[in-house]
Ligand binder design. Structure first.
Ligand code: HDE
Length: 689
């Protein structure tokens, strides 16, 4: 027998469903019509066909069928948060931009981080560049600083962008690989475009394997201008410096994280904000004039070049704090529309040909994705501190209801007592810096853009030897996935212009002879190394932002667990207790301890250091448990600190752990040890190029 509103036996729509009552809001259609039954379609008879007039069903399914919008062609996978920018050093000496005037003043922001190549459902940890896009809701309108975690780019001219993106994304016929540059078409393209070499060095370095989004730097990449109240222009490059310092993962670890937690970075961002551990960066600027720019052996309009901070120091002017998670992923993170052309008075563009192309591109992409020229009316995109006012009207999904007849300007309706509408304001309005420009129309690349290798060399030679080995091994890994021989050879030919030893290491790693060097377009020059470009040396000795995995089992000592948990928390870290069963273990003293995670589902790649609090019996039993052996083996292989009770030795032995500075008996020493990684250990655990 059928019942109305409550199905029989299936559980669907059963008695447990909450019914609207005094304090529960009534479910309605989009037209506000109350819905009496959200479990069953309208049918002709209990087992009969469904009736077309079921507008409740039709509206619900119609809306669902259209829930997806086109994902971003690049940077589709992203995570974001609300926060604020606080000025700590006034920039009124160089810019009239309102947000940079008064120290202590906060400007609301929405920041979206992303990977570049993968689709929106791809994993968080491929080897890839990270987007770092900041929307400042200033009192003078929205300013979008749409940058990356790498200060240079693959190409110098926007006209090559579609080729670059086609080459890196999944191959056109087979639809794979997803979110990976390790394939023929990417390396074919970049090997034919030597201007990509500097960026390739960064991409193959550990910069593209960040431990978390809280551990990345950000860069505006292009040269911009500041303009002061008197109209004087100063060139500026923007930098974000993470409070937690830099931290990367090991390639093998990254690969395993992708399986263990595809949302590794998204989860970390969300959870850290949720528990009040707010991600933070400093904003720094490099300021310079035309004369300084002219003194450099490269062009500041060329986005494949940096200005080393040793040469031009970074002035720290503020801090960015992310303190609120989005309420709704789609409404905010998916619909946020960044445009490098969103700029405020006091800031201006440079003639960087890559930036110029971007100014054009992003509006188009927003129209395609969001479907309407009115995308600026979506709450996340609206200017928050200064409502917009103009005579643009109508269009798809118009949300505003403008009053009166004034939809044109000039008008004299105000004189007739009607609303006349807003007017231009030469004093407060945005004015473009009057840079003198002249020239003939040409499709050329400036001669000053011709040096593609000197900074690539500088970058490689600035790295710590362990990072150099990682980069060389990354080239070997990626090129080993390339099946066309001549592509591999061309890459190595180009690398010979960067560094002969690097080229040799990559050739050896690939098992090929060193090919002749390619002919550089301009002579390669020796630039001073820049230690600021290293990760090792720019990591912070802290447990903040780090997670310690504590493995326990039946018979573990509860007091030891409590002590470690407390010590990790005191040092600013996050403890996670792992046990064979999530329900927990029976402690030595007969009590119980609930776990945060199950061993098989919580491999050590998810943690920065591990502690083993095991009884002799448990340690022996776990030597026969692959997940436990792997837990320890990977922590050792990924150069992490291992703290252990003496009784845990059989498990350490089974996992091949050899004594070193990072393998310590549990105690205060472990908390110190857990703050870093042990790069000296690496030659013991793997062969690098
Ligand atoms: Fe982008 N880029 N880009 N890009 N880009 C997009 O805009 C484009 C470039 C960057 O979290 C798209 O809204 C062109 C450099 C970030 O929503 C699109 C060129 C840098 C994001 C687009 C570049 C970036 C984008 C796709 C060459 C670092 C994600 C979706 C001239 C400075 C923003 C979208 C977010 C997104 C075009 C080069 C950073 C297609 C044509 C260089 C962080 O408009």
């Amino acid at each position: 027998m059928a019942t109305r509103g409550k199905s029989t036996g299936s559980g669907q729509g059963g008695e447990t469903h909450q019914q609207a009552g005094e304090d529960v809001q009534t479910l309605t259609t989009n037209q506000g019509i109350p819905v009496s039954d959200n479990q069953n379609q309208l049918k002709a008879g209990t087992r009969g066909p469904v009736l077309l007039e079921d507008f409740v069903l039709r509206e619900k399914i119609f809306h669902f069928d259209h829930e997806r919008i086109p994902e971003r062609i690049v940077h589709a996978r992203g995570s974001a948060a609300h926060g604020f920018f606080e000025l700590t050093d006034s920039l009124s000496d160089v810019t009239s931009a309102d947000l940079f005037q008064r120290t202590g003043e906060k400007t609301p922001v929405y920041v979206r981080f992303s990977t570049v190549a993968g689709g929106s459902g791809s994993v968080d940890t491929p080897r890839d560049v990270r987007g770092f896009a900041v929307k400042f809701y200033t009192k003078q309108g929205n300013w979008d600083l749409v940058g990356n975690n790498i200060p240079v780019f693959f190409i110098q001219d926007a006209i090559k962008f579609p080729d670059l993106v086609h080459a890196v994304k999944m191959e056109a016929d087979r639809g794979y690989p997803q979110a990976a540059s390790a394939h023929d078409t990417f390396w074919d393209f970049v090997s034919l475009v030597p201007e990509s070499t500097h960026m390739l060095m960064w991409a193959m370095s550990d910069r593209t394997l960040p431990r978390s989004l809280r551990h990345i730097e950000g860069f505006g990449v292009h040269t911009f201008r500041f303009v002061d109240a008197a109209g004087k222009s100063t060139f500026v490059k923007f930098h974000w410096k993470p409070k937690l310092g830099l931290q990367s993962t090991i390639w093998d670890e990254t690969v395993k994280i992708a399986g263990a937690d595809p949302d590794f970075h998204r989860r970390d961002l969300f959870e850290s904000i949720d528990r009040g551990d707010f991600p933070e960066w400093e904003l720094g600027v490099q300021l310079f004039d035309e004369k300084f720019a002219a003194s450099l052996p490269y062009d500041v309009l060329d986005a494949t070049k940096i200005i080393p901070e040793e040469l031009l120091p970074i002035r720290i002017v503020g801090r960015l704090v992310l303190d609120r998670n989005p309420d709704n992923f789609f409404a905010e993170t998916e619909q946020v529309a960044y445009c490098p052309s969103n700029i405020v008075p006091g800031i201006d563009f440079s003639a960087d040909p890559l930036l110029q192309g971007r100014l054009f591109s992003y509006l188009d992409t927003q129209l395609k994705r969001l479907g309407s020229t009115n995308f600026h009316q979506i709450p996340i995109n609206q200017p928050k501190q200064c409502p917009f006012a103009n005579f643009q009207r109508d269009g798809h999904m118009q949300m505003m209801v403008p009053k009166g007849r004034a939809n044109y300007e000039p008008n004299s309706l105000a004189q007739a007592g009607e609303v006349g509408g807003p007017r231009e304001n030469p004093k407060l309005g945005f004015t473009t810096f009057p840079e003198p420009v002249e020239g003939v129309k040409l499709r050329v690349r400036a001669e000053t853009f011709a040096d593609h290798y000197s900074q690539a060399r500088m970058f490689f030679r600035s790295l710590h030897p362990a990072e150099q080995a990682h980069a060389a091994s990354a080239f070997v890994f990626e090129l080993s996935k390339v099946v066309i021989d001549h592509i591999r050879e061309r890459v190595v030919s180009n690398l010979r212009n960067v560094d002969e030893s690097l080229a040799q290491r990559v050739a050896d790693g690939l098992g090929m002879d060193l090919p002749p060097a390619s002919q550089p377009a301009a002579p390669v020059i020796e630039l001073d190394p820049s230690p600021a470009l290293r990760i090792i040396g720019n990591m912070k000795d802290t447990l903040e932002g780090r997670v310690v995995g504590i493995l326990i089992h039946d018979g573990s000592d509860g007091k030891v667990i409590d002590t470690i948990v407390a010590a990790v928390k005191k040092a600013g870290g996050t403890p996670k207790v792992i046990a064979p069963k999530v329900g927990g273990v029976k402690l030595k003293d007969g009590g119980t301890f609930k776990a945060d995670g199950q061993l098989a589902g919580s491999p050590s790649v998810l943690f920065d250091a591990i502690a083993l609090v095991l009884s002799p019996e448990a340690a022996t039993a776990l030597t026969k448990e692959a997940a436990a052996v792997q837990f320890v083996m990977d922590a050792f292989g990924h150069l992490k600190a291992i703290g252990h009770s003496k009784a845990a030795q059989p498990l350490l032995d089974k996992a091949g752990v050899e004594p070193d500075a990072g393998v310590v008996v549990l105690g205060a020493e472990f908390i110190e040890a857990a703050k870093q990684r042990y790069f000296d250990r690496e030659p013991k655990v793997r062969t690098l190029a």
